[in-house]
Ligand binder design. Structure first.
Ligand code: SAM
Length: 315
């Protein structure tokens, strides 16, 4: 690495989140504008070799440690195993996936064989009716089976739950018990002001304090120190359970953020709150350095949200 790209707070890019497609096979009420039917994008999306080229060029300049493949729904990207293999060949072995799990069971073996080590599976409810009311799909069974199969296959598995007041906040304790029974961590996410929710002071917002209070009503809890550059603060319960909260709103973790995002159209974003991507398709090495510096300057002190929905920028 010749040019350390670092800002005045010492922030660098070490984790790349790639939104492999903006399309999803769920229409979660906090991510997809109600009433909108998701369609294939009109713009040209990157191919596997274009992703690998972009990742290689970024890696050469910043020395990436981790790649998280996400979306939209990354399991809708047809060449996912080939992409994972290609990233391993670039020398980056810490490859993680964030998925809704709907298509995971059928693809699990090929993903593990390609080199996948860690997976975050989104699960907003255990109650099938609540799950359907949020995701707009019915087959929760596919997701639950995929979680158990991933654990059996030896993957590091975490559950992600976005908590929505009055919709699934009563699922917090059952979900924590479900994760604990499988000995896997669960992280509860505060709702972020993204996409169509950006200008709505959302009635759905359920804070970190409310999440912790809800769990404290059934077991006492002790807060652990957040690890540097981690999005999650963890708590240990007296019943031996561990849960995390990703509290973008209540306890922003921007000060040591090391994340860079790449969307499926070849734009990078230095911050989840950035309102515009920076095009890195077909750029020279010098132009990429300038683009990375511009992206780093997008980093903020506090989470402000953006009009861009998470499915474009990669959650
Ligand atoms: N489709 C995959 C999934 O469901 O995990 C990956 C993409 S999804 C955008 C990644 C994560 O972002 C999911 O856990 C989802 O629940 C979360 N997410 C999306 N919009 C959000 C919002 N406005 N606030 C908080 N979390 C959000």
């Amino acid at each position: 690495m010749h040019n350390p790209i670092e800002d005045s707070f010492g922030r660098q890019f070490k984790t790349l989140r790639v939104s492999l497609t903006s399309v999803c096979n769920m229409s979660c009420i906090y991510c997809v504008t109600p009433g909108i039917i998701q369609q294939a994008p009109k713009e040209k999306v990157l191919t596997t070799s274009e992703y690998l080229e972009a990742i290689q060029k970024i890696h050469q300049q910043v020395g990436l440690k981790t790649i998280r493949l996400t979306g939209g729904e990354p399991l809708l990207f047809n060449e996912l195993p080939a992409l994972i293999k290609g990233i391993v060949e670039l020398g980056i072995t810490d490859i993680k996936l964030t998925t809704n799990g709907l298509r995971l069971l059928a693809q699990l073996d090929s993903l593990v064989e390609a080199g996948l080590k860690s997976i975050n599976i989104s699960l907003d409810a255990l109650d099938p009716g609540v799950f359907r009311s949020i995701s707009k799909v019915s087959n929760i069974r596919s997701v639950l089976d995929a979680i158990d199969a991933s654990i059996e296959r030896g993957l590091e598995v975490k559950i992600n739950t976005v908590v929505l007041k009055g919709v699934n906040d009563h699922q917090i304790v059952p979900l924590l018990e479900y994760a604990s029974a499988r000995n896997i961590p669960i992280r509860f996410l505060e709702l972020m002001k993204m996409g169509y929710l950006h200008y709505n002071e959302s009635d759905y917002f359920f804070s970190m304090d409310e999440i912790v209070e809800r769990i404290s009503s059934v077991t006492s809890v002790a807060k652990m120190k957040r690890a540097a550059s981690n999005t999650t603060t963890y708590w240990q319960t007296s019943k031996g359970m561990v849960f995390g909260v990703i509290a973008n709103e209540s306890e922003p973790f921007c000060s040591d953020c090391n994340r860079l995002r790449l969307d499926s159209f070849g734009n990078i974003y230095g911050c989840i709150s950035a309102s515009e991507g920076i095009d890195i398709k077909e750029v020279t090495d010098e132009a990429l350095t300038a683009a990375l510096q511009k992206a780093l300057a997008q980093k903020q002190d506090y989470f402000t949200g953006s009009e861009i929905s998470m499915k474009y920028i990669g959650g």
